[in-house]
Design a protein around this ligand. Sequence first.
Ligand SMILES: NC(=O)c1ccc[n+]([C@@H]2O[C@H](COP(=O)([O-])OP(=O)(O)OC[C@H]3O[C@@H](n4cnc5c(N)ncnc54)[C@H](OP(=O)(O)O)[C@@H]3O)[C@@H](O)[C@H]2O)c1
Length: 403
Amino acid sequence: MSPQVPSTPSPAPVQRIAVLGATGSIGTSALDVIARHPARLRASVLAAGRQVDALVALCASHRPEHAVIADSQLYPRLRDGLRDAGLSTQAHAGDEALDVLVGGDGCDTVVAAIVGATGLASTLAAARAGKRLLLANKESLVLAGDLLMQAARSSGATVIPIDSEHNAIFQCLPAQRDDQALRRIVLTASGGPFRGRSRASLADVTPEQAIAHPKWSMGPKISVDSATLMNKGLEVIEAHHLFGLPRSRIEVLVHPQSLVHSLVDFIDGSTLAQLGLPDMRTALAVGFAWPRRIASGVALLDLAVHGRLDFEQPDLDAFPCLALAFGALEAGGSAPAVLNAANEVAVSAFLQRRIAFLSIAEVVEAALARVDDTDGSLDGLLAADAQARRDADQAVVRLAHRG
Ligand SMILES: NC(=O)c1ccc[n+]([C@@H]2O[C@H](COP(=O)([O-])OP(=O)(O)OC[C@H]3O[C@@H](n4cnc5c(N)ncnc54)[C@H](OP(=O)(O)O)[C@@H]3O)[C@@H](O)[C@H]2O)c1
């Protein structure tokens, strides 16, 4: 008989990660966490929209097998840039190439951090392929949440929310969920840069003021969404899909310190919350390692230093976008898709100084006034998205002329 050798646990295989939106705020944070754990995490696919030089630079640092630029005209620059840098990374271009890579064998995990509804196809591809899906692209859930969650259930994909509020709720909910025991979830909102201001005082605010978020460093679109509170509205719809809860069991509470990321209330009177400094690397580290924990680079939260935690109700008069999102969720059908598409058009027009800050809600409201029935299919939702963009474009022209 041979002597028994004590078995040592075999090391976890290296997780190969596709980072979509690699040049953006979330993508950069994801790559920071990945670089801290070379023995267990590796970026194998990096994808970006138009910042081709930044993508080449990221490839030089992270050495992925594949790099994808969405704008096909930039393909030669990506290919030549990779070659000139002496990298073996293969260059690709266009949305279809991305979807194939996301669904293929070259990655186990997908960080879905493209901004806007344009991220839907790749997020769906990851869900259908059964990947571990770190979902930051909330717009894809707002546009097609039922289809996306159904695709993940069918394939066995693990969806881990990366939005800090949903990541907090994900951490607070027990693995074996008992719906009878859960009373409601409460999403916290920083209130954005204009918290406490009246509606009238917001008439002349500039894009620079709107994107200067007091607590979080984020891309321009989500920063404006935070200033209008549309971000919180999109998150309510996102929470409905992620956690299967009706609007009546999802509350919003303004919490200006952004330290309590969200709360879960149970029927026995318990409230569980997740706290931490406002830094998306915590949620990303949770996404990569769950149910284990790994270091994220985020400093310890010292509550004695921060001193106080404040909470207040959101002001739906000054920030009507939140009420519009509540209404869209209650209306169902294609209303959330219309809300999201019109908002993307309106935010872009505001950032280009074509319309005023308060007109963002007016554009969304105009598009919502024309919601048609949908069969709930992907084609039906994409048609509603396209129609809403046309309606919103018209509203922008009208409001821009009004001056
Ligand atoms: N930032 C945050 O703290 C935060 C928190 C929670 C949730 N989120 C969500 O995460 C998503 C990303 O937000 P962000 O703040 O990181 O945005 P961001 O900084 O503006 O970055 C957006 C990224 O998307 C890429 N992109 C755009 N169109 C693309 C396409 N067609 N194909 C591939 N890549 C494309 C951009 O590439 P180029 O720049 O190269 O064009 C960029 O890398 C949004 O849905 C947002 O709501 C963000």
